[in-house]
Design a protein around this ligand. Structure first.
Ligand code: SF4
Length: 273
């Protein structure tokens, strides 16, 4: 079986055998080597996502040195800490990053504004789908490769990931930091004297949206402050939710009954994201 990344350049095609072989070989390669391979093969059809927290800095730094013109997707949920937005501006200017802000589909604006405070608490899966998953699915439609900064030591879901993952629609996900640990991140930050997110030293070790992030203790699990007490550890970007291209396929994960809504564009192109 041949996996065909979006587009028609035959040099870009990877058989399932080659994909697995490369992915296994990359287990012993550095993030720099993996990114160089991806850039050589797929540029300019590569985009990277970043949440601009402290542990995002190494991958952003590496990408800014290897392929500074790469589009960096920042999911602008409207729920970020001001510190995150200011930090993002500082890093973008300092490293000359090409940041692309992603927003929810505007047809959900009325729905979200009516539930601005309650949605992240009462239906975080739907909230994450509208603000993160759907905008990312839509933005990546024009790209062949998505570079993500996930690591195996972060969550049980991420522990099962591969360095190269081909999605059914032909999008190749590349996870160059998959083998890194918290210590590797720390070492890179120190070796390159990289800046930290302003909230990091206040106990915010993993930082997402403000309603879903709390400060934690120094010995707590890195992501313990994300959706704490809500039985949720992933936003959906790195789970099966991302592979489902129509909102109706994820409805069992939502508390809100969307069946009577007519503003969600469920069956047209926008609704399919
Ligand atoms: S992290 Fe929280 S506020 Fe942000 S999109 Fe997900 S549920 Fe909504």
């Amino acid at each position: 079986m041949i996996f065909a990344p979006r587009g028609y350049n035959l040099n870009m095609l990877l058989s399932s055998y080659k994909l697995e072989k490369f992915s296994q070989e990359f287990e012993t390669k550095t993030p720099q080597e993996i990114i160089e391979w991806a850039v050589d093969r797929y540029s300019p059809y590569i985009a990277m996502s970043s949440s601009f927290q402290t542990q995002s800095m190494p991958l952003l730094h590496i990408m800014s040195q290897i392929a500074p013109d790469t589009a960096i997707f920042f999911i602008n949920t409207g729920y970020h800490f001001w510190e995150t937005l200011l930090f993002r501006e500082q890093i973008a200017e300092q490293w000359q990053l090409k940041i692309v802000d992603l927003y929810r589909d505007s047809r959900w604006d009325v729905f979200v504004r009516q539930r601005m405070r309650s949605l992240p608490v009462e239906d975080p899966n739907l909230c994450c789908f509208l603000h993160k998953v759907a905008p990312m699915q839509k933005a990546l439609k024009g790209y062949k490769v998505w570079v993500s900064g996930i690591r195996r030591d972060q969550t049980s879901t991420r522990a099962q990931a591969n360095i190269l993952e081909m999605q059914e629609d032909g999008l190749l996900k590349v996870n160059p930091l998959l083998n890194w640990t918290k210590k590797d991140v720390q070492r890179y930050l120190e070796e390159h004297n990289l800046p930290k997110h302003p909230l990091y030293d206040k106990g915010y070790r993993s930082i997402g949206c403000s309603p879903c992030t709390i400060a934690i203790g120094v010995n707590d699990d890195e992501r313990a402050g994300r959706w704490a007490g809500r039985g949720k550890v992933e936003c959906g970007l790195h789970t099966d939710m991302f592979r489902k291209k129509d909102i109706s396929e994820s409805k069992l994960e939502f508390h809100t009954d969307l069946s009577n809504m007519d503003n969600a564009g469920k069956n047209d192109d926008e609704g399919k994201v």
